[in-house]
Design a protein. Structure first.
Length: 202
């Protein structure tokens, strides 16, 4: 079934949705022609809602999207044992600790206490972790070059005689005093947007 609804922020904005039941989904999966037509229709709507589906069917929907868009990343969110299969099939799984137990949270890659924490997880912590890890890789290159370039340059001066340019204690303390503290400070306090910035999700 295809339906229309109006966006609550903009009444003139019409959205389209596809709503189907578990029995409908079983019929679609059984016929390849129906499956192709359903996937083609789902590309032209804003949301697809599946109600009264089994845990296996939830996982099948995720696999359906992964096969149709192999370059996309899928996210599975659930709060109960019936969502475990879906969370396992998705690239990233998020479990919500709720009244239905902790099976979803134990299976997922990330566990949150309430659904409202999903937005900060995706747009603040997730994006910041990706950005910081990218910069950390570059920082490790810088650290190793700084560690090895000076002794190599001194070797040209000393005719590679094996003479040590630094005290042994400096070699031992280099990673701790010279490179560890800056990256710890960076990991704790660096943010692309301040928390009070309207661009940063609350």
């Amino acid at each position: 079934m295809q339906t229309q609804y109006k966006h609550h922020d903009d009444p003139h904005c019409i959205k389209h949705a596809i709503i189907l039941s578990g029995a409908c989904l079983s019929s679609i999966n059984a016929n390849e022609r129906y499956l192709d037509a359903f996937l083609e229709c789902s590309d032209n709507v804003d949301v697809v809602l599946a109600c009264r589906v089994s845990p296996k069917q939830k996982a099948d929907i995720v696999m359906m999207i992964k096969e149709r868009f192999p370059d996309k990343c899928t996210l599975g969110i659930g709060d109960g044992a019936n969502d475990v299969n879906m969370i396992l099939k998705a690239h990233v799984g998020v479990g919500i600790l709720g009244k239905e137990g902790q099976q979803a949270a134990r299976t997922a890659d990330f566990a949150i206490a309430q659904f409202k924490f999903l937005r900060p997880l995706l747009f603040v912590h997730g994006r910041e972790a990706y950005r910081r890890n990218s910069l950390l890789i570059l920082y490790n290159f810088y650290k190793n070059i700084a560690y090895g370039a000076c002794p190599f340059a001194f070797g040209l001066y000393s005719a590679f005689s094996g003479q040590i340019i630094y005290e042994k204690l400096i070699y031992l303390m280099f990673n701790i005093t010279m490179t560890a503290l800056p990256i710890v400070w960076f990991a704790l306090f660096d943010n692309e947007h301040p928390r009070q910035d309207p661009k940063a999700p609350e």
